[in-house]
Design a protein around this ligand. Structure first.
Ligand code: SAM
Length: 392
């Protein structure tokens, strides 16, 4: 008995020092002599797991867990050594139930999300939220999660999923915080919008059938409907109109609808709908500033397009110029916190903008804020805003 205790203590010390081969050397002969011992099974399983031998670790950890050795660490190692996702998920949840307040364990379970199907990842995040995000502490819980995730491979995916679940749960400010942590500082990133021509040439044929295209346009139209009282004599401009998903909803509510987009292929889809009076191919800023559009519109809308443009100063100047007094600009952007004006959403250059930044540009260009809200934009949180050009 004394030998077993001494060996187990020495093995625990070796495991702490990540000396896995040493722990295996100590434990194997003792386990061979005491095959039914669940403490030895757990330690040997952990040692094999640490040494990278999941096949040897799995039955030992399984035996330990089945005999009641259900601490978080053991269950997490068992989860990570399982081949079958269903077994991996149930072991992970067993660990989180055993130690619900162990933030590090939660973060590590989340980091292993590649082995879990989508629903299981969502449940892991729900579990984390239940344990750490009370109404008063959600923002610090999100900061902590971001800190624990460090630069882990799944950092962005976990924070984005958390952000999406939080918008859906109505915790919109927290959703923006989680999304902010998933983005990078702008640095010297710039983007040439002409690169989008190829991207949208490839997407245009099936664009309207894509779930997120339809859903994102639907969200935006819902926001306009709640924000604006239309008058049938209005002229409206759809900036970055794409195939005209928003235009289809707008057209029956106004007397004239124009569209601008830089993608000839998206525009040719829009043209087939017969809802636009004019469709111009070009950059939204340059097109909106053309003298013929000056003070011409009661409404300028721009949905799910500005995330391609890091610096929105020219856009705001041009949109304000195109509005007539009393006219409104309605837009959607991916969000970041006010600590930054603009952040980078993706390596391939998509951008997010803060409320402070949008408000400052609106003010500089003589527009007043009427409404800014957080809603789902594609699968992320988004800022939806209405700015009005005061009637002079
Ligand atoms: C994701 S789609 C959204 C289309 C549409 N607004 C909707 O809600 O369905 C983005 C569109 O913006 C256009 N776009 C992006 N940057 C642009 C720019 N600087 N000038 C004109 N169009 C632009 C793209 O060509 C693409 O058609």
């Amino acid at each position: 008995m004394t030998d077993r205790v001494t060996i187990a203590d020495a093995a625990v010390r070796a495991l702490r020092q990540r000396a896995f081969d040493e722990a295996i050397g100590l434990l194997e002969p003792e386990f061979a002599a005491n095959g039914g011992d669940c403490v030895l099974a757990r330690l040997l399983g952990m040692a094999y797991f640490g040494s990278g031998d999941a096949d040897k670790a799995r039955p030992l950890l399984q035996k330990a867990v089945e005999s009641g050795q259900r601490n978080g660490e053991t269950c997490l190692c068992l989860s990570l050594s399982c081949e079958n996702p269903a077994d991996a998920i149930s072991a992970a949840f067993m660990g989180l139930s055993a130690e619900p307040a162990n933030a590090d364990l939660h973060a590590r379970a989340l980091q292993s999300m590649a082995v879990f199907p989508f629903e299981a990842r969502s449940s892991l995040l729900d579990r984390w939220t239940e344990c750490f995000a009370s109404d008063t502490s959600r923002s610090s819980a999100i900061n902590r999660l971001a800190e624990l995730l460090g630069d882990h491979t799944h950092r962005v995916a976990i924070l984005r999923l958390a952000a999406r679940q939080m918008v859906e749960a109505g915790w919109t400010e927290d959703a923006v915080r989680a999304f902010h942590h998933s983005c990078e500082p702008l640095g010297s990133a710039t983007f040439d919008p002409s690169l989008l021509r190829d991207k949208f040439a490839a997407l245009s044929d099936d664009y309207d059938e894509d779930f997120w295209s339809g859903e994102t346009a639907r969200q935006f139209c819902g926001f306009i409907e709640e924000s604006i009282s239309f008058s049938p004599d209005w002229a409206a401009l759809d900036a970055g109109c794409g195939t005209g998903l928003v235009g289809e909803w707008l057209a029956p509510r106004v007397t004239r609808l124009d569209g601008i987009d830089l993608s000839a292929d998206m525009l040719s889809q829009a043209r087939t709908k017969g809802i636009y009076e004019t469709l111009a191919e070009g950059d939204i800023t340059g097109e909106m500033e053309k003298p013929g559009r000056r003070a011409s519109y009661h409404l300028v809308v721009c949905n799910w397009c500005l995330f391609y443009i890091p610096d929105l100063s020219d856009f705001f100047r041009a949109a304000s110029a195109a509005l007539m007094p009393g006219g409104r600009l309605v837009l959607s952007v991916y969000p970041c916190l006010d600590d930054s004006d603009v952040m980078r959403k993706e390596a391939e250059a998509e951008f997010t903008h803060s409320r402070r930044y949008l408000r400052a540009l609106a003010k500089e260009n003589g527009l007043e804020e009427e409404r800014v809200e957080i809603r789902l934009l594609c699968a992320h949180p988004g800022f939806y805003a209405v700015f009005v050009k005061p009637a002079s």
